[in-house]
Design a protein around this ligand. Structure first.
Ligand SMILES: NC(=O)c1ccc[n+]([C@@H]2O[C@H](COP(=O)([O-])OP(=O)(O)OC[C@H]3O[C@@H](n4cnc5c(N)ncnc54)[C@H](O)[C@@H]3O)[C@@H](O)[C@H]2O)c1
Length: 359
């Protein structure tokens, strides 16, 4: 079987060392970072890395056997010299589009880009064009799309055993780029990637995060999304973090504790009650690494030229929901019809990179 050459751009937490932050976390199976995923995968060779911080790359080299001569401070030079088949882009969203577009236009065959996809809708659209014009396999790092527990939750919904899906709830949508990017992708997936018709939203911080069209912080955002199949999603901001619920005509399926536990309740006629909801058993599933599954999906696409489970259009769809919530806030809660046009907002925080935990 062919082995693909992989390289990581942005060698910090999600790029390389986040595994050290979650060694015993029930909700996440390792490998978690991009580098750990490529290192563990027998079909990929991790051959190079790029970051602006040589000291971080030195640790990367020690951990993942990438020698100094294959560590680059200029990602363009890395792509030209190392010629990777697969490139990870684990920088912050402000730096994502330029790198993904350059990689797509310079011979890279597959891209694993971190969420959020991009800092503006214009950048996201340019990424879609570059990826599609160059026939690049693409997955966004919205890990729950490749999490076997959420696969099972979707199977329960799709089986019809608790009736037709009506409502999806995100209990804590969080900051739009860092956290809601995961949540919005998850509800798209649970609703089989049916397009959204409209979105409304608000940012509790108000307008202090805007400097004209520039968003100078990643704001929390809540909202409502209505899908073409009549399903409604409510993205709440409650203290009940990392929990999600699908409400169907005949029951509910709920994820607790960020992908650790799932619960089903089914409608049942109980004397004295109508349609009382009683607990049922969530099916067994094998817990595997969602990062490993995402990488295997890219490899499968490279082997077969079949589309990936995510793909650049899915990434664009969740990005459109982020910017739709922002646009609705800017228009005092107006319902924003999708596709979103004329979004001028751009995230620009001048982020300083964080210090990863090396062990
Ligand atoms: N999927 C997940 O579960 C998950 C978890 C954590 C973080 N993330 C996402 O991963 C991304 C990175 O997060 P982080 O916490 O690792 O960020 P970070 O800020 O710690 O690291 C970003 C790295 O990118 C490097 N960088 C910036 N510009 C570069 C360039 N032009 N060329 C090469 N390197 C460059 C920085 O030097 C830094 O080392 C974010 O978008 C974040 O939302 C995803």
């Amino acid at each position: 079987m062919k082995t693909y050459r992989a390289a990581v751009i942005g060698c910090s937490r999600m790029g390389a060392f986040i595994d050290n932050e979650v060694p015993d976390y029930e909700a996440i199976k390792l490998p978690y970072s991009h580098a750990a995923g490529f290192f563990a995968e027998e079909r990929t060779d991790l051959i190079a890395c790029a970051d602006l911080r040589p000291e971080v790359m030195e640790q990367f080299g020690n951990q993942y056997d990438v020698p100094k001569e294959h560590q680059y401070t200029d990602y363009r030079e890395m792509i030209e010299k190392a010629q990777p088949d697969i490139v990870s882009v684990a920088t912050q969203p402000e730096h994502r589009a330029e790198i993904v577009i350059y990689a797509a236009e310079h011979g890279v065959k597959a891209v694993y880009a971190e969420k959020a996809m991009a800092a503006s809708m214009d950048e996201a659209a340019a990424m879609v064009s570059a990826v599609e014009e160059n026939n690049v396999a693409f997955n966004l790092g919205t890990n729950r799309r490749w999490h076997t527990g959420f696969d099972k939750m979707k199977e329960v919904i799709d089986s019809g055993e608790i009736g037709r899906l009506r409502t999806l709830i995100i209990y804590s949508n969080g900051t739009l780029f860092n956290t809601a990017s995961h949540n919005l992708d998850l509800i798209l997936r649970l609703n089989s990637d049916v397009p959204a018709s409209w979105v409304t939203g608000y940012l509790p911080q108000g307008n202090s995060v805007f400097d004209g069209d520039v968003l100078n912080a990643d704001p929390s955002g809540a909202g409502t999304i209505y899908f073409e199949n009549g399903v409604t999603a409510h993205a709440l901001l409650t203290p009940r973090s990392s929990e999600w619920e699908a409400i169907c005509d005949g029951g509910t399926v709920t994820c607790w504790n960020n992908g650790w536990q799932w619960h089903i309740r089914k409608n049942q006629d109980v004397p004295g009650w109508r349609a009382c909801k009683v607990p049922d058993t969530f099916p067994e599933f094998e817990r595997t690494s969602s990062t490993a599954n995402l990488i295997k999906d890219l490899i499968h696409s490279l082997d077969t030229r079949q589309p990936t489970r995510g793909g650049v259009r899915c990434a664009y769809a969740s990005t459109e929901l982020i910017f739709g919530i922002i646009e609705s806030h800017l228009q005092n809660g107006k319902r924003i019809e999708l596709p979103l046009i004329d979004s001028k907002t751009r995230l620009q925080r001048n982020p300083t990179a964080r210090q990863p935990r090396f062990n």
